[in-house]
Design a protein around this ligand. Structure first.
Ligand SMILES: Nc1ncnc2c1ncn2[C@@H]1O[C@H](COP(=O)(O)OP(=O)(O)O)[C@@H](O)[C@H]1O
Ligand SMILES: [Mg+2]
Length: 482
């Protein structure tokens, strides 16, 4: 077995916790979700807004947790489990780590996890769109150069970030962290835990406008990432974004170097040539003075942009640029963010593009633009199935209506729409483009399923709360079943 990430003794000294178990006992990592726990890991009983992890301690220990971090007051001797069926259990005190506050313990472990790395280059990724995609591209790009530890999924918040840090081995070469926010002040806390050497801001766009008065305020909240930069650190910023100057100024105030990426002539990491294909792109770019040509395995201009930031980070991290660029050819869109399913139908094939994981004005535009790359020789119709972009506050209807332009630019033939805000877009479309509209994704399904046909390329996109994923599944079934 590989070296454990922690020993019980180290856990106790990091958290100030108490436990009767053997201090030399290995703890292979941490989880806050008893269902996702691997044997030998520590389960941290976090109190969330809906659930209390303490209700799942018995289950976690039964399913092989090495230990459970619980609060002092947690009744260990006779434990009432989460459901009646689980009955009562005597918990093994030698596997209970008792702390004053489990959320603090999680943060303590994260902080310690970061502090003890001996030589890792740490990279933080934030932005209004493209964090997960950029993080995954970095993971692949750095893999040829050394051992990489990166956030799972979109673990980017006050639980996900310290958890990712707590699972980091001390001798890794590269640590990659997705850092997200809904409100001002959140990134500030997270970046001080991560203490990156390199901070990437992919883009700034109107997202979560329900919580912010302006996009400038969103830019300022992203700029909080620089607060945690290590001395001599570098900020990698989107040179083509209207908020570049604001971010660059903030970065310099924190003593950081700045590197701009994009098409702008002033960008230090600059796109020189780009052939956007339907399945990927061929790119030539100047990465801090080094010209390099490479292919990308996922389509779209936004993907090209993100990879400029990735290669900038690779170069700054002192890793192998050529190997990184080559690895990008094998990076495909993550689940729900542009994943493609081509289905043979007996007639012309159909392509379903699953963008159901999330949506905001920036990523909607990116998806519609990418749909516009589909060759007419391959797919006769371009179909967009759109659900509401949530959390936009009062600006919601306007930001939805304004997508009509992107629908037009992408040469989208038919739009199926659902949700209160999407009504604004649907009404703004010319008659010929109106497929069908319904209040909910569920109600849209019948009209959608009868309105699509072989030869279509169909992108399905909306915020997670708009429940667009079931439509992706329904479309797949519709064509797979003939
Ligand atoms: N630079 C970008 N600009 C606009 N949209 C983007 C960009 N990068 C990725 N996207 C799109 O944003 C959506 C979310 O991507 P993801 O990588 O999950 O971002 P995040 O983690 O920031 O939510 C996807 O639809 C993706 O295609
Ligand atoms: Mg994400």
């Amino acid at each position: 077995m590989a070296d454990p990430v922690w020993t019980l003794g180290e856990v106790l000294s990091a958290t100030g916790g108490r436990c009767e178990g053997d201090p030399a006992a290995p703890v292979s990592g941490f989880s806050i979700d008893s269902r996702a726990l691997a044997a030998g890991e520590g389960f941290i009983a976090i109190r969330g807004p809906n659930r209390d992890g303490h209700d799942y301690v018995a289950k976690a220990l039964q399913s092989g947790a090495g230990c459970a971090i619980v609060e002092e007051t947690f009744p260990g001797e006779t434990f009432l489990a989460a459901s009646e069926e689980d009955g009562k259990a005597d918990l093994d005190e030698s596997r209970l780590v008792r702390v004053r506050d489990t959320f603090d313990a999680l943060n303590d472990l994260g902080r310690k996890g970061r502090d003890r790395t001996d030589h890792a280059v740490v990279i933080a990724v934030t932005g209004s769109a493209g964090k997960t995609g950029t993080k995954e591209a970095l993971r692949a790009a750095l893999a040829p150069s050394g051992t990489v530890h990166a956030s799972a999924k979109s673990f980017n918040n006050h639980w996900g970030v310290p958890l990712t840090l707590s699972n980091m081995r001390r001798n890794i070469d590269y640590g990659i962290f997705e850092v997200g926010m809904n409100h001002a002040g959140e990134i500030f806390v997270l970046t001080r835990l991560v203490r990156p050497h390199i901070a990437i801001v992919t883009t700034v766009a109107p997202v979560h406008l329900g919580f912010f008065a302006s996009v400038d305020e969103i830019a300022d909240a992203k700029a909080e990432i620089f607060e945690g930069l290590e001395p001599g650190g570098t900020a990698i910023l989107n040179r083509d974004n209207p908020h570049f100057d604001r971010l660059a100024e903030a970065a310099r105030r924190h003593g950081a170097e700045t590197v701009g990426f994009g098409e702008d002539e002033r960008a230090e990491v600059r796109l020189l040539e780009c052939d956007l294909g339907a399945d990927g792109s061929a790119v030539t770019s100047d990465i801090l003075g080094e010209t390099i040509a490479y292919r990308l395995g996922a389509p779209g201009r936004h993907v090209v942009q993100n990879t400029l930031a990735v290669l900038a980070a690779v170069k700054l991290a002192g890793a192998d640029l050529a190997a990184a660029a080559e690895a990008l050819g094998g990076v495909h869109a993550p689940t729900g963010r542009g994943q493609r399913f081509v289905i043979a139908t007996g007639q012309e094939p159909v392509c379903i593009v699953d963008e159901s994981y999330n949506a905001n004005p920036a990523s909607m535009r990116a998806a519609l633009q990418t749909l516009g790359l589909a060759p007419r020789s391959e797919y006769k119709r371009r179909v967009a199935v759109l659900g509401d972009m949530l959390e936009l506050g009062q600006e919601g209807p306007r930001l939805h209506r304004e997508l009509a332009e992107a629908v037009d630019a992408g040469g989208v033939d038919v739009v199926f729409a659902c949700g209160a805000c999407m009504a604004s877009l649907f009404e703004a479309l010319p008659r010929a483009r109106q497929g069908a509209y319904a209040k909910t994704s569920e109600d849209l399904a019948p009209a959608l399923l009868s309105g699509v046909r072989p030869g279509d390329i169909i992108v399905v996109k909306g915020s997670l709360g708009s429940r667009m994923a079931p439509l992706v599944e329904a479309l797949k079934r519709r064509f797979e079943d003939g």
